[in-house]
Design a protein around this ligand. Sequence first.
Ligand code: AHM
Ligand code: MG
Length: 340
Amino acid sequence: MMPLKPQDNLISLSQFLIEEQLKLPYATGGFTALMSHLLYAAKIVSREVRKAGLLDNILGATQKENVQGETVMKLDDYADRIFTNALTICGHLCVMASEEQEEIIPIPEGYKCGKYTIAIDPLDGSSNIDSNVSIGTIFSIHRRLDIEAKTPGTKADLLQVGHKQRCAGYIVYGSSTMLVLSTGNGVVGFTLDPSCGEFLLSHPNMVMPETGNIYSVNEGNYNYWSPEFQNYVKHIKSLEDGKPKTARYIGSLVADFHRNLLKGGIFLYPNDTKSNKYPDGKLRLLYEVAPMAFIAEQAGGMAVTVKGERILDLTPTQLHQRSTMIVGSKKEVEQFLKFI
Ligand code: AHM
Ligand code: MG
């Protein structure tokens, strides 16, 4: 037999999930099956993202507006359909929510209701699609409130506090397609090998550096910020701590977060105190802010609101509720807290 080369000894995501499941005596395999439906949809979306420029029916905006009044790009629409179709019939969800749909998404008639809920942003950073910049998918999984129930899930099942997430993750469609996830036991990263169509373990233990030199914020909004927030940004650009931080802002949360997770730094999306456009910040708590906060904490980082509240202690009251988010390396977020 041929000896195994190091590159042949890779762990696929399916194998990883089964091994994790075997460590839990009470696990039924439902979560593993749910994840395999999610991965299947992610691979299809990744394939479409990869050829986006070739198909003129995928790039560009549709005539539709989503629930936040923003133009829906065609690829957003497509990704929403793929994830919704793959997940609602998997037999392990009781209800679902998507950034692209105003109301909760029920399980179609004739399919089983399971014990999990998922909230998803099918294609985040959609304003970047046409410019060939990295975009991503973000998801957050909870157990339903009554895990014995076999009835359809409700909005209350989705509106749960952030620290009770059973799993949070994102897929970044970047120079490679990567899945980063946490089930509450650290953070792991898998890279899609397009030749075999599998996500392979590439980042077994992702830890966010305790400090970092990068700050990521849309500084064009400077005049809309509170004086405290302006002072913080002025400080990190000043020479008071020796040298200024480096600005890096893609405008695609998944890509900005992923870079800061690897290299260390701080990402900030504050509220707009002047124009009333985003009085609570722009990002959505359920399927953008809470899952990123979960991953950040699991990687040793921190995530708070502009008021300094721990994001994972927030309980959403609405599906599309917005929240401010300051997330990143522990010491950088702690330094931010001194300014508020
Ligand atoms: P989207 O869900 O409509 O794509 O919007 C969310 C995106 C995030 O990916 C990103 O961090 C943010 O919007 C950028 O906003 P801005 O253009 O205001 O800086
Ligand atoms: Mg989004």
